[in-house]
Design a protein around this ligand. Structure first.
Ligand SMILES: Cc1cc2nc3c(=O)[nH]c(=O)nc-3n(C[C@H](O)[C@H](O)[C@H](O)COP(=O)(O)O)c2cc1C
Length: 329
């Protein structure tokens, strides 16, 4: 049950594909903090086929991020195949991941993402077409089904494996559930038992302890973290220590958090360049990093008004200089 791409650890930790979050700078930061594998945001196969600049821009990554998967979505096997061939040729990621989980209305109304789960023959045709179009390993990310009536994680996973998926991530909720209720880890355990390919468990990991618990209770081959990594790349370092039987590294100090947020801002400026849009999109990360940070009320208010990444950097540099002065008193 080995992964079809190199991983530094036997039980790899994954940064989940997250639209608007798992972009190159954050993926790189999480790799530095111990994420073993990262995945791009989901990219429209139609946008890739048309060589849409914005879509192709989101597929780009730095070598430091490897191993990385590019995730694509769509409901047309031929378009998905063309997109897979194109990203293989242009970007050469380590694997191509197919999104069968996205619940967004604009995606499922064209049967993309979790919309495919209403028609498992379509799921099979998509996987086969993509696998035939790229020499890279093809992996899939699924939900447990479209709705309660069609809930069948083991059946869906077996069809994916049979069609040629080389690894499978399960987020054990249906599309109808969106993000409500609890992820059903028992379903991950059942899929692990049924499949020969590696199964990556996902859903409701908030702490490093949760990673250990998910691994122990399901036997999953790898663990994928999404919302638990918001403003919290340390979760990977802490989880790795626990998986290795070592004590959990302490949560970062206020200074450590600001230093990491500054590193993230610098990476964003280096990779994406300076623009009002880049600064605006970075604000969500700022909110997450400074949530609950002692004495950060004024800093938070000012950060939400910045218009450039350079301003973000100088605010953080100012905060750190004041902290250092206070420590010296
Ligand atoms: C903001 C956001 C964006 C997401 N975008 C994607 C995506 O592009 N592709 C995908 O497969 N899943 C996407 N997901 C789902 C996550 O990868 C993950 O399956 C889900 O959040 C459950 O994991 P968690 O409980 O650790 O957050 C997204 C989730 C969030 C919160």
């Amino acid at each position: 049950m080995t992964f079809p791409y190199p991983t530094a650890h036997a039980v790899p930790l994954f940064l989940a594909p997250m639209a608007g979050v798992s972009e190159a700078p954050y993926r790189m930061l999480c790799r530095r903090f111990g994420a073993d594998v990262v995945v791009s945001e989901f990219l429209s196969s139609e946008g890739i086929r048309r060589r849409n600049d914005r879509t192709l821009g989101m597929a780009a990554f730095e070598d430091e991020e490897r191993p990385i998967g590019i995730q694509i979505f769509g409901a047309e096997p031929a378009t998905m195949a063309e997109a897979a061939a194109l990203v293989t040729d242009v970007f050469a990621p380590d694997f191509v991941d197919i999104n069968f989980g996205c619940p967004a209305k604009k995606v499922v109304k064209r049967n993309g993402g979790s919309g495919c789960l209403k028609d498992l023959d379509l799921v099979v045709r998509i996987i086969r077409a993509v696998a035939a179009a790229t020499p890279l390993p093809v992996t899939v990310k699924i939900r447990s089904g479209w709705d309660e009536a069609l809930r069948d994680p083991v059946g869906i996973a077996l069809r994916c494996q049979g069609a040629g998926a080389r690894a499978l991530t399960l987020h054990p909720r249906t599309r109808t559930e969106m993000f409500s209720g609890a992820a059903r880890w028992d379903e991950i355990a059942r899929v692990v038992l049924a499949l020969e390919i590696p199964v990556i468990g996902n859903g409701d990991i908030r702490t490093a302890e949760d990673v250990l618990r998910l691994r122990r209770t399901t036997g999953c081959a790898g663990v994928m973290i999404a919302r638990g990594a918001f403003g919290n790349p340390w979760i990977f370092r802490q989880a790795r220590a626990l998986l290795d039987g070592l004590p959990k590294p302490k949560d970062p100090t206020a200074q450590g958090r600001v230093e990491t947020a500054l590193e993230h801002a610098r990476l964003t400026r280096a990779i994406e360049g300076e623009s009002p849009k880049a600064a605006l999109e970075f604000r969500k990360h700022l909110g997450w990093y400074t949530r609950g940070l002692p004495g950060s009320g004024a800093l938070r208010a000012r950060l939400q008004q910045v218009n450039t990444l350079a301003d973000v950097e100088s605010l953080f540099e100012g905060f750190l200089a004041t902290e250092a002065e206070l420590a010296a008193v």
